[in-house]
Design a protein around this ligand. Structure first.
Ligand SMILES: Nc1ncnc2c1ncn2[C@@H]1O[C@H](COP(=O)(O)OP(=O)(O)O)[C@@H](O)[C@H]1O
Length: 288
């Protein structure tokens, strides 16, 4: 897994795709909407020379795949802490961008509210910007979740960085819906909790799934929020889009011998040690 990635490489690639049309847009955005993101990308390009002198010994570069609600963010974040690499969550980068009151943010909010994917050009510009910031601050390695979600994005990612391993979290669909509907986020500390008590009987093709609620500490009880895209209708649309757009991404990595499937079938206390064992990662004291 040892290899070197230089900040120069990451910076150079930042520029290469800034104007490249990667795919169909889910919404026809007026080209002026791209300007804030593209301007930032171009500004970042000017940092290339400074970044070029920084050579960062890289650590692991992993991707987490999985349907909405499977726990990608939770497990990717725990693993990143355990392995001391940054966790890059595409959904968080998007939500960060949405806090700005720009026309682009409003258009992106409208798409997200319908459960749609955002245009590749915008998503990729945000990700490159994040990689660029990481390179400038000597970050080594990452665990990425929420990207790629299409094979076009997977190919674009291959142009930027070398992915070592793709962890594909799997969970039956009825449970995914329950988990999304039970998800709560503390607007104060940002912690993610789940109020759903899931106990789904074994069926012909799926094992029983038992997941107790993951309740917030009392201090967060009054500040819990529900993501606007966690309504049943929107969750089902996100699952439909996942099946159509993101399933092929699994095949993309399977064909390249990078995919490791992992069945989630319980709460964090059961799943976390199993995941560490499956990935051959030593637990450095994180309590399940
Ligand atoms: N790689 C991506 N490509 C396109 N849109 C994305 C991508 N990642 C995130 N998004 C947008 O952000 C939303 C929230 O993403 P995320 O928090 O990862 O949620 P989930 O995995 O539960 O759908 C997505 O529904 C989509 O609109």
């Amino acid at each position: 897994m040892a290899a070197l990635i230089t900040a120069r490489r990451s910076s150079r690639l930042l520029g290469i795709h800034a104007g490249r049309a990667l795919s169909q847009s889910a919404l026809e955005l007026d080209s002026s909407s791209y300007i804030p993101v593209v301007r930032r990308v171009v500004e970042e390009q000017h940092k290339e020379d400074a970044a070029a002198v920084v050579s960062t010994a890289r650590s692991l570069q992993w991707v987490f795949l999985g349907c909405p609600g499977v726990g990608k963010g939770t497990y990717a974040s725990r693993l990143a802490t355990t392995l001391a690499v940054p966790h890059i969550a595409m959904g968080d980068l998007v939500r960060q961008e949405l806090k700005q009151s720009t026309p682009l943010a409003r258009e992106m909010s409208a798409l997200m509210a319908q459960g749609k994917l955002l245009p590749d050009e915008i998503i990729l510009a945000m990700l490159k910007n994040r990689f660029e910031q990481g390179a400038l601050s000597n970050e080594a390695g990452f665990i990425l979740d929420g990207f790629p979600r299409t094979t076009i994005q997977a190919k674009a990612l291959d142009d930027i960085v070398e992915i070592d391993l793709v962890v594909n979290l799997k969970l039956r669909e009825d449970v995914l819906v329950l988990k999304c509907l039970g998800r709560r986020i503390c607007s104060h500390c940002g912690g993610t909790y789940n109020v759903a008590k899931i106990d789904v009987e074994q069926s012909e093709d799926s094992p029983r799934v038992f997941m107790p609620p993951l309740l917030p500490p009392p201090a967060c009880a009054a500040t819990l929020t529900v993501r606007t895209d966690d309504t049943e209708e929107v969750v089902r649309e996100r699952l439909r889009i996942y099946a159509a757009e993101s399933k092929p991404v699994e095949d993309y990595y399977r064909e390249r011998n990078k995919l490791q499937d992992f069945d989630v079938c319980g709460g964090i206390p059961e799943t976390w040690p199993r995941l560490l064992a499956a990935l051959n990662v030593e637990n450095k004291g994180m309590v399940p």
